[in-house]
Write a protein that binds this ligand. Sequence first.
Ligand code: ZN
Length: 264
Amino acid sequence: MNTVMEIFDTHLHLSEELDNDELVRRAWDAGVRYLLVCGGSWEDSLRARKFAEHLPNVFFAAGVHPHEADGFDGNTDVFRPFAESRRFCAVGEIGIDTYYGFSGLEQQEKTLREMLNLAREFAVPAIIHCRAAEGSLDAYGICYRYLSEFAAQGGTFVIHCFAGNVEWMKKFAELGAFFGVGGMLTFKRSDNIREVVMQMPSDRILLETDAPYLAPVPFRGKPNVPEYLPLVAYKLAEMKGVPAAEIAELTTGNAFRLFKRARR
Ligand SMILES: [Zn+2]
């Protein structure tokens, strides 16, 4: 184990089954020193803020997840107070999901548009969820439409857990996109993901768990926790043929550049 690693988990969710304070302590011991908790609804964003504000090096994002779009009444005013928190650093998790389609597409697009407007107003990055229907890349085209307009107006963003192809990765990279890389990198059948990650510009790669989902091998199928994130750093280091500490330094530096937080 390399003790100098300072990894930034740029995307996780609080989960009711886990002791979240304990989770932060264990993450710290594993070298995961910065955490960004994403909100998926107004209520969830409130929980994320409360959690971030009582622990050092924990940041949060507020937003409406595409799964929650149908339940969102369009009232963005209630999100404004989040911007006053010193730990607030992004609008997210927001985006398009045609894989599950838990919310109607029209409502998902409307919500995404409103949330991107908030990110612009607060001058913070957006954290994007983009998941396409099986055998399709439809969600990428839809996200691209909104994000190209957002980027043209100075907006910055990360596509978390990027699972698109090389062509889409390059199109988004041209807009200045950052890409979240997580546990899928370690999955046996994720050659396609590894191929795309190898072609990502190094200065745009962020590490993330998406905890409690997508635990890396050998914990696949179990609830994911930030302390597992070094496994993703090791995998990426092995793929690139560089020391894991270098991956940690690179990706943590990228995260601070995107989220504009002074590193302590
Ligand atoms: Zn997420």
